[in-house]
Design a protein around this ligand. Structure first.
Ligand code: AQP
Length: 328
């Protein structure tokens, strides 16, 4: 059985991109692997967050994980800030990271681009992410395409630590889905769909009402050709919708291309919206029930306790390896 770790930031309501690129695959993995799923709230504060919104988003994300099929009986679900070993090992990882390699991270460049004041934590986000993963002897990290570079850095840091101090960390493997690894923005299909985008029309939130989903789909950017064909380079908007439709309906892209031959974009967009609604509606129903119940706190308490026990062991090993404290 492999150990699987994945985290999602409570930096807004999850998008269809987060769901199709990451969360959807978690429920499948928990049946066969030892899975830890984390609400990485300390990553979320690398950009400004409003206190009450963040609190709500943390709870909401926990409910979404469960509504999307994560079972607390099979997997460990917890909040990063409730397991202090993450920040502790994160600091140690920062100490072996080079500023140059952190500055090369595309996410850092994107999120700091054009900003006057950028927190130092935006730069040191990847060493904390490395700590999240390495604390649990993780073998596999299932993520979307955008996290590939951070994962490569995690592997480098683990190797560096093992070579310089002691061979304690497992070098994790990244697992990126073949389809859906990069769901694009609806109004700018050259950019990835992001939950913290200021333009609500650019993403479908996992909690959008059916009518909102239909409206957003109708206004999704396509092209003037009116041909439903998968060609990400020349037809990024249509190809993105085809990926979404295929993943939500289970029908292959080829089948969908045939289905809409000569039909134009109107019916294609309408049916894509319906496929999305069909996937999200049952999740939303379960989500609203969970948000009202007390079950969530009990699940998160248990998760934090389990994760802390495991993380503490690795933290001690790392501290000993580096010579920190009195080595108790
Ligand atoms: N557009 C996407 N398509 C496929 N997968 C995606 N992921 C994110 N966007 C897409 C995957 O979702 C998981 C959780 O992501 P995250 O919350 O840790 O942060 P992120 O990657 O930075 O996602 P967002 O939505 O863009 O958040 P913000 O806007 O706050 O930065 C990861 O596995 C990610 O790959």
């Amino acid at each position: 059985m492999k150990t699987v770790f994945s985290g999602i930031q409570p930096s807004g309501t999850l998008t269809l991109g987060n769901y199709l690129g990451a969360m959807k695959n978690f429920a499948v993995m928990q049946d066969e692997e030892d899975c830890l799923f984390c609400i990485v709230d300390q990553h979320a504060i690398t950009v400004p967050q409003k206190k009450t919104e963040l609190k709500h988003n943390i709870r909401s994300l926990a409910a979404l994980y469960i509504a999307a099929g994560i079972s607390p009986e099979k997997a460990t679900l917890f909040i990063q800030s409730e397991v202090p070993a993450h920040a502790q090992l994160g600091w140690m990882m920062q100490c072996i990271s080079y500023i140059g390699e952190l500055e090369r991270m595309t996410q850092f460049k994107d999120k700091s681009d054009g900003k006057e004041a950028v927190s130092s934590a935006l730069l040191t986000y990847p060493p904390l992410m490395a700590a999240d993963i390495l604390l649990y002897g993780t073998d596999v990290v299932p993520v979307g395409e955008d996290q590939k570079q951070h994962l490569e850095l995690t592997r480098n840091l683990a190797h560096r630590f093992n070579t310089q101090y002691n061979d304690i960390f497992t070098i994790p493997e990244v697992r990126i889905p073949k389809v859906g690894a990069r769901i694009m923005s609806l109004n700018d299909p050259l950019k990835k769909m992001s939950k913290s985008s200021p333009k609500a029309k650019s993403y479908i939130s996992m909690l959008d009402e059916p009518e909102t989903i239909r409206k957003k789909m109708r206004s999704a950017v396509t092209d003037s050709e009116s041909i439903v064909r998968f060609d990400p380079e020349n037809k990024p908007g249509v190809s993105n919708l085809l990926t979404i439709y295929s993943l939500c309906s289970g029908e292959s892209i080829e089948t969908l291309e045939k289905k809409y031959e000569g039909a134009g974009y109107g019916p294609f967009k309408e049916d894509t919206a319906e496929a999305v609604v069909e996937v999200l509606e049952p999740i939303q129903k379960k989500y609203h029930e969970l948000m009202k119940s007390e079950e969530l706190d009990a699940i998160l308490d248990k998760g934090a306790e389990e994760a802390s026990k495991r993380a503490q062991k690795m933290l001690k090993k790392a501290e000993r390896a580096m010579g920190l404290g009195r080595g108790k």
